[in-house]
Design a binder for this molecule. Structure first.
Ligand SMILES: N[C@@H](CCC(=O)N[C@@H](CS)C(=O)NCC(=O)O)C(=O)O
Length: 214
């Protein structure tokens, strides 16, 4: 019984795939090409009517959408992988109270939607100058918000208890939108965190496929 992950390389599917790999879960990757707009094709809309990736089909057949929900689901399915501190323990309570809800929700709710504006400004403004200006404003907002993550990292990971799904998620956002030069100049802690995530043995090949290809 295997998981099926729907998504494209370099997309939000990275977070789900990194969690599957870290957990040692059996899965297959079903490519949905953003370049070909396949996320809007009827067969993918039947899987996720919002036309967004990632989507994860569970071995039982049910589909989970929304990247944060997928990460939490996988943390629950594979407790031995410690994608979050053990359930019902003090560290889990701390993770929920101080970081998991705050930063997972922050990245999913405050950053991800602005990435859509950067990627598809013409969905929100007339094409041309207006869309270009909006794209730049949105990029600035992403940078402002990702700086809050940077300041929250005590290091090496977001949670004091160690590596978690939050780090996978933060590492992914560090690759998008902000630009490599700006990232290098402004996000030293997040870059170190992303390095630590990308060097984890199970995640390293996934990171390579999503972010270092070509
Ligand atoms: N809230 C969604 C956002 C997902 C999202 O925006 N995914 C992007 C790829 S990284 C996408 O599917 N974009 C295609 C589109 O908007 O048409 C989640 O957290 O899973």
């Amino acid at each position: 019984m295997s998981y099926t992950l729907y998504g494209d390389l370099g997309s939000g599917a990275f977070s789900a795939e990194a969690a599957l790999a870290e957990a040692g879960a059996p899965y297959s990757f079903a490519l949905v090409s953003l370049a070909k707009n396949e996320q809007r094709a009827p067969d993918f809309l039947a899987i996720n009517p919002s036309g967004k990736m990632p989507a994860l089909r569970l071995p039982e057949g049910e589909v989970v959408t929304e990247s944060a929900a997928i990460l939490l689901t996988l943390a629950d399915h594979f407790p031995q992988a410690r994608l979050l501190p053990p359930a019902a323990g003090n560290q889990r309570a701390l993770a929920y109270r101080w970081l998991a809800y705050r930063w997972l929700a922050f990245m999913a709710g405050e950053i991800y939607p602005i990435v859509e504006i950067v990627d598809y400004p013409e969905r929100f403004a007339p094409p041309g100058e207006a869309a270009d200006a909006l794209k730049e404003t949105a990029r600035r907002r992403v940078r402002e918000r990702i700086l809050l993550i940077e300041r929250a990292i005590a290091g090496p990971f977001l949670l004091e208890s160690g590596f978690s799904i939050l780090d996978i998620y933060a590492a992914m956002f560090s690759r998008w939108t902000v630009g490599a030069d700006w990232r290098a100049a402004n996000l030293p802690r997040l870059m170190a965190l992303a390095d630590a995530v990308s060097e984890r043995p199970q995640i390293a090949p996934v990171w390579q496929r999503h972010f270092v290809r070509g």
